[in-house]
Design a protein around this ligand. Sequence first.
Ligand code: CUA
Length: 152
Amino acid sequence: KLEKIWLAIGISMLFVFLGILGVSAFAMGVKPPSEHHHRIDPAKVAETAPFDKLGLYKTGEKEYEAVMTAFTFGYAPDKMEVPVGATIKFVVTSQDVVHGFEIPGTNVNMMIVPGEISQVTHTFTKPGEYLILCNEYCGGAHEYMKTTIIVK
Ligand code: CUA
């Protein structure tokens, strides 16, 4: 009797698990894939919107959009400054090879792949100088590839 109950519980757990798996797979499937990775011709980055106008744009109260490119060996625009509490949506592509885009101490960490547009949003709640670092090996001066965001 007890074994049958445990077996029933086990089987129902399995179905619950499969159900969750199915639902999350479905949820991921219906998410528009264009949200994070639009295609772009790496050779025409400078002529392709939004990268024809690089920079930091104010999109709301304490909301910004940083349109940036990564290249061997740096980022454009090079330095940005925002007020404390600013939320920045980074929209980044690569002009040449695969680069990284990491802000240590935050959850910002993405791969910048030529031909793709990568996006991440972060709110800077504390003042300071935040480094953006490349964490994908991209050549001789890889370890010097960085830029700064000043939050004050
Ligand atoms: Cu760019 Cu390493």
